[in-house]
Ligand binder design. Structure first.
Ligand code: FES
Length: 390
């Protein structure tokens, strides 16, 4: 367990997340990419990525996540995978499936890819396609079958929220029919696009409880065939999540333009300069850069975190959520019931539960990205329609 006495040199970026591109054929309103997405022309070259992989491996990285956007849009993905395999990484491709076909999966297998996680928006094709903003469900089903046919463990990921939690049973039936080995039911985290769409996405407590009961039922009945991961979201727990397992402890993300980040949402935090792998070695970035040291250990903590018994297990929660909801990145995560700002979470849950109008989602598409770049950011967060009077 890290404390302020733990030396930076002893910390290893065990998990490297390579966000190869922010381009994506889907438009999910809960996308974890920043709202102000980078320009495609600023993406790192193949050579840059190979250097990043080698430097991170030297620092101790063992798990490589290849994500985006949609990583299959990078034509050099097989080269990157091949080099990662040569360097000894365990490689995970995190994909929507768009851009995958038999030729591509066979080339990736040949290159040594270890693991593929396919995301679905829902079991129901219409709902899936509406949430993705793209006709994609049929193709995802084909990709899921290809993944199995090529001998990969079948890992399905479904981001859960108000619009699909009531379909938990159908989603798990789809996973069983596809012979999934693992299902990750990832409750939405409210940063970036998801925060802008919070009133559209936040479920009710009843919805969550019903969905959790179904997940437990399926786990009891089918747990020997399929592992199900469902964690109650921090908005409803009164407990903060140990985000990234602590800032700068085991996780290092590199954005498509080479910006190195202690978490994928850190670009939203003020006052960080965020070093680039174009200008610095990963060793300097990981060990010496002010940004990676900013929230390491406990010395940055304020009350109630600084004397809390749980600070060594939750690490103060999520810095990005603390900033986005309190305006102060070093504040206690308001998801924690001990935070003086916990009320903002309770109010958001109550507000969304009382809405009887159906907010339109802000889709993650070119139009909304360019509005954000022109400082007309489509940041809605709260929908003002009359609360349900009962
Ligand atoms: Fe940035 Fe949690 S997402 S610290």
């Amino acid at each position: 367990m890290q404390s302020d006495k733990t030396s930076v040199e002893s910390l290893r970026p065990l998990w490297l997340l390579a966000e190869l591109t922010y381009s994506c054929p889907l438009q999910c309103p809960y996308c974890s990419n920043p709202i102000r997405l980078g320009e495609r022309s600023r993406e790192l070259s193949t050579e840059d990525w190979l250097r990043v992989l080698a430097e991170a491996r030297k620092l101790g990285a063992v798990q490589l996540g290849l994500s985006g956007g949609e990583p299959l849009l990078r034509k050099d993905l097989e080269i990157i995978v091949g080099e990662a395999r040569r360097l000894g990484y365990y490689t995970n491709l995190l994909t929507s499936g768009m851009g995958m076909d038999e030729g591509r999966i066979s080339a990736l297998k040949e290159a040594g890819l270890d693991h593929i996680q396919v995301s679905f928006q829902a079991d129901d094709p219409d709902l899936n396609n509406r949430l993705a903003g793209t006709d994609s469900h049929r193709h995802k089903m084909e990709v899921a079958r290809l993944v199995k046919a090529y001998g990969y463990p079948m890992v399905l990921n479904v981001v859960m929220h108000r619009h699909n939690l009531d379909r938990m049973r159908e989603i798990l039936d789809m996973a069983l029919a596809l012979e999934a080995d693992y299902v990750e039911l990832a409750n939405t985290q409210y940063y970036g696009w998801a925060l802008a769409n919070r009133d559209y996405l936040l479920p009710t407590r009843d919805q969550l409880q019903r969905a959790e009961a179904v997940a437990h039922d399926y786990q009891a009945r089918y747990g020997d065939r399929m592992k199900i991961y469902f964690v109650v979201p921090d908005y409803f727990e009164g407990k903060p999540k140990p985000c990234m397992n602590g800032w700068g402890r085991i996780f290092l993300s590199v954005a498509p333009d080479g910006t190195a980040l202690p978490c994928h949402a850190a670009a939203d935090l003020p006052g960080l300069e965020l070093p680039s792998v174009r200008d610095h070695s990963l060793e300097w970035i990981w060990q010496k850069s002010p940004d990676f040291n900013q929230f390491r250990g406990e010395s940055w903590m304020q009350q109630p975190c600084s004397t809390c018994d749980e600070r060594a297990s939750c690490f103060g929660g999520c810095r990005c959520q603390a900033y986005l909801l309190t305006g102060e990145a070093a504040a206690a995560d308001p998801a924690c019931s001990k935070s003086p700002s916990h009320e903002v979470i309770l109010q958001a849950v109550e507000h969304a539960a009382g809405l009887h109008c159906a907010p339109e989602p802000i889709m993650r598409n070119r139009r909304n990205v360019s509005r954000a770049l022109q400082n007309e950011a489509p940041v809605r967060v709260r929908v003002e329609c009359a609360p349900d009077s009962g």
